[in-house]
Design a protein around this ligand. Structure first.
Ligand SMILES: Cc1cc2nc3c(=O)[nH]c(=O)nc-3n(C[C@H](O)[C@H](O)[C@H](O)COP(=O)(O)OP(=O)(O)OC[C@H]3O[C@@H](n4cnc5c(N)ncnc54)[C@H](O)[C@@H]3O)c2cc1C
Length: 404
């Protein structure tokens, strides 16, 4: 989840103007005005059911390594013997969000290399492999996925599941000047494709509300997050600010949250369990094959029968391709039992929470964006998981029963 999404919204307030009788509401930025409503005139805060933040409701703890490259993902073409390899790895904390856009880039390159041939290999069955394979099928290719693991055992299955296209995707000091434009194109392509997964049985993708809770002003918060980013990650989200609704300040007392400021926006949630199952099912129904296989060297991939292979091996590309530019950025999630009617996200200081259909993701961090940098230990830390759940208890006002 991206804390900056909340801080980069339009001005302090926004309200909706109704355009005549068409009922077509649009968001109109408003200059600061002490008496102005902070919610659209037609809007209301729907009931927010508190999350049952009990440590005995933790049903699993997962750890995953973000495949971060300071220059941004690797999407170039390489020859290994007779084989053309198109790389598609290194998407940091944005792999799900950018996946379709990244697939569009690499499948175009693969089609050019195929020169009329119709068969392609995709190595890897995570977020990037599944979307590259599906995009290749949609381009009319016969596709085989080769992978050591498939969902739910891939690292992608341990992601938060939020629309976070610029989360730890590159460093300002290392990204090429043209990367921002390519990023924007990938983000817009992905966002458009995600709309085609809305409204399906199982809710693979849905729009859900996010609450930014804070006891300090927006400016103080921004300064705090700035201090916690010692590496200088790029922040491109303002380039696509038109894609998701701007944030609103909610009136005091209108929510069960106890903080001084409560702001709300709405964004995409990926219910990763169902979404990846649907991606696999669609791929198989369209005639794709998945072969369980582990590669130890690029030459083993070069020996595959297909003339072109797309390399979607994520963090594992560090060892397989000897790409030492990949920095592991560790992230841990405590999973709480899902709750009927609870489908929102919370961002409070360094605590990120997202209630999904397949579990309520609780992610505390100590150092904000710097958290987990260079860490390779994928062993769950139970104490940190419990600390996150206890922190979540503190965001709700106490009720008469003594608990939110
Ligand atoms: C805690 C956390 C939260 C995150 N939250 C989000 C989020 O909310 N939104 C978002 O967009 N992104 C998020 N991310 C980032 C996202 O999870 C990654 O960018 C993404 O999972 C990378 O996917 P991938 O397909 O490249 O790699 P993987 O999921 O690691 O898949 C790699 C595939 O390659 C295969 N493979 C690897 N090596 C070999 C080999 N030698 N031989 C054969 N097969 C091999 C694997 O078996 C697997 O199938 C998060 C990451 C973390 C850690």
């Amino acid at each position: 989840m991206d804390r900056r999404r909340f801080l980069q919204g339009s001005g302090a307030f926004a309200f909706a103007g109704m355009s005549g009788l068409t009922g077509c509401a649009k968001h109109v930025p408003m200059t600061a005005n002490a008496t102005a409503p902070s919610l659209p005139l037609y809007d209301a805060v729907s009931p927010i059911i508190p999350i049952r933040a009990d440590i005995d409701r933790i049903f699993r703890i997962t750890v995953c390594l973000r495949p971060f490259r300071p220059a941004g993902p690797r999407l170039d073409v390489e020859r290994v013997g007779e084989k053309t390899i198109v790389h598609n790895y290194g998407h940091g904390g944005s792999g799900w969000s950018l996946s379709w856009g990244s697939a569009a880039v690499v499948i175009d390159k693969a089609l050019a290399a195929l020169d009329g041939k119709r068969e392609i290999a995709v190595v890897g069955c995570g977020a990037l492999g599944l979307t590259a394979a599906t995009s290749a099928q949609r381009a009319g290719l016969k596709v085989t996925i080769y992978a050591k693991e498939r969902p739910p055992f891939v690292r992608s299955s341990r992601a938060t599941g939020s629309w976070t296209p610029d989360s730890r995707i590159a460093l300002t000091s290392a990204a090429a000047p043209e990367f921002a434009t390519q990023w924007e194109s990938m983000a817009r392509t992905s966002f458009a494709m995600y709309q085609s997964y809305l409204g399906m049985a199982g809710n693979p993708v849905e729009w859900t509300d996010r609450y930014q809770l804070s006891d300090v002003s927006r400016e103080e918060q921004a300064a705090h997050h700035e201090r916690e980013d010692s590496h200088g990650f790029v922040h491109y989200n303002p380039r696509i600010a038109d894609l998701v609704p701007s944030q609103h300040d909610l009136p005091p007392g209108s929510t069960p949250f106890r903080t001084k400021y409560v702001r709300r926006t709405t964004s995409l949630t990926f219910n990763v369990a169902d979404y990846s199952r649907q991606l696999i099912n669609d791929f198989l129904i369209a005639g794709g094959k998945i072969e369980t296989r582990e590669f130890h060297t690029p030459q083993e991939i070069a020996a595959l029968p297909e003339p072109v292979a797309v390399n979607c091996t994520g963090y594992a590309a560090r060892a397989l391709w000897n790409d030492e530019s990949i920095v592991p950025v560790r992230g841990q999630i405590a999973w709480l039992i899902p709750q009927e009617g609870v489908n929102y996200g919370i961002n409070y200081g360094n605590l990120n929470v997202l209630a999904r259909r397949d579990g309520i993701v609780v992610q505390p961090s100590v150092h904000g964006d710097d958290d987990g940098w260079g860490e390779t230990d994928e062993t769950p830390d139970r104490a940190a998981a419990e600390a996150g759940v206890v922190a979540l208890q503190s965001v709700y006002k106490r009720t008469q029963a003594g608990r939110a």
